[in-house]
Design a binder for this molecule. Structure first.
Ligand code: 0PR
Length: 375
């Protein structure tokens, strides 16, 4: 740290240059986050000093957290769930598996996750001392139920299903996982970090939430398709006793369920505001738009003889393109931010709310041109 401070104007100017070098969201197809809703930003600023780690000082913000959890619960098929606002999907997945581990007395516990699971489960496994067993996928990149059944052994404590996979946006057969969880008496965690705020608004009805009796807990992140500010993750449990496995007594009267101590109340208030402001109708409009963009992309790709890895289920499309690395580097030179999937290799595009039809048109024209050069 320097001895003397820098004047505000100079500092802000240098920081403006920093931000200028960063990605402008409207050219970003690689992110699961988006520009937060303007109301979320305003509310975030108003609650900037609130700390969910001290409910005595901020009882109002704590109340908002309970209301956000109640809104998420009602979206996810129940009137009664228990949970808290986490820092994101990673914390939620770690905490869910922590509960599963602590509910069981098995010596060498293992958890069965789909091969498509997000890498946060690896982090969870390392922290919690769990073995991760990866179930294979069917040809549509959903977890293969026979593979899950074959992997279950006497040390299995939990199953994980994904509602909206990171790579292809696929939804696992959660209904069947739920039946297995009930018959084998296993904890079932659903990672709907991305899909949890998409699937309830799709035209087609997918069963993935607490309406299924076997689902024990769900991850759902307002800082992804919820258009709230970072850090806004969500973790919900069906049973209070499960949530209370996380409870630590802090000081005299205080209790904490969260992994972190001091944590943002600003993003909790921002999430509350954007949920109340948009309502189900507002989110449905957003999801409809994102799905329309996904469909436009699919049609254009097919017209160029490019097939998606799967027919898009949510607002993620992965295109199987030849000479992918060359195409990617040419797109990057044109300042597009895209990403690729590994198995199979494909160009992954996430149609977030910040993408407009006009920008998508420009991108698809560029893609067509670049593919033309490379072919
Ligand atoms: N579960 C699923 C299904 C996810 O896709 C992700 C993140 C997580 C859990 C973990 O969530 P947190 O990152 O909130 O802890 N998936 C993206 C990824 O890691 C997140 C992302 C977001 C990537 C913004 C890029 C980006 O610009 O790939």
């Amino acid at each position: 740290m320097d001895e003397y401070g820098v004047v505000e104007g100079e500092l802000l100017e240098s920081l403006r240059h920093v931000r200028e070098k960063e990605a402008p969201f409207n050219r970003v197809f690689s992110s699961m986050c988006t520009r937060p809703h303007p109301l979320a930003v305003r509310v975030h600023q108003k609650f900037i000093e609130t700390n969910m780690g001290d409910n005595r000082l901020f009882p109002g913000t704590k109340d908002l957290e309970d209301r956000v959890i109640a809104m998420l619960a009602s979206l996810l098929g129940t009137q009664n769930a228990f949970g808290y606002i986490t820092t994101g999907g990673t914390e939620s997945n770690i905490q869910a598996l922590r509960v599963a581990r602590d509910l069981s007395s098995k010596k060498n516990p293992n958890v069965i996750v789909p091969a498509s699971a997000h890498f946060s489960f690896e982090k969870a496994a390392r922290i919690l001392g769990l073995e991760i067993k990866k179930a294979s996928l069917d040809k549509c990149y959903r977890v293969d139920i026979t593979s899950v059944e074959n992997l279950i052994d006497e040390n299995t404590i939990a199953l994980v299903g994904i509602a909206g996979t990171t790579e292809y946006g696929q939804i696992d057969p959660i209904e069947q996982l739920s039946e297995i969880a009930l018959s084998e008496d296993l904890f079932l965690h659903v990672d709907a970090a991305f899909g949890g705020l998409v699937i309830p608004f799709l035209e087609r009805d997918y069963k993935f939430d607490f309406t299924l009796d076997g689902v024990s807990s769900i991850t759902v992140d307002p800082h992804k398709m919820g258009a709230s500010t970072i850090p806004s993750g969500g973790l919900l449990f069906r049973c209070r006793e499960h949530m209370d496995q996380l409870m630590i007594s802090a000081y005299q009267e205080e209790k904490q369920h969260s992994l972190t101590g001091t944590r943002s109340g600003a993003s909790v208030a921002a999430t509350y505001a954007v949920f109340k402001h948009l309502g189900r109708r507002g989110y449905k409009r957003i999801v409809d738009r994102c799905m329309k963009l996904t469909n436009i992309t699919e049609k254009r790709a097919l017209s160029l003889d490019i097939n998606p890895v799967i027919k898009p289920v949510i607002n993620i499309i992965a295109l199987q393109i030849q000479n992918l690395d060359e195409v990617l580097s040419k797109l990057e030179k044109r300042n597009w931010y895209v990403s690729k999937t590994i198995k199979p290799k494909a160009l992954r595009l996430i149609m977030m709310p910040h993408i407009t039809e006009g920008i998508l048109g420009e991108f698809l024209d560029d893609l067509e041109e670049v593919i033309g050069y490379v072919r």
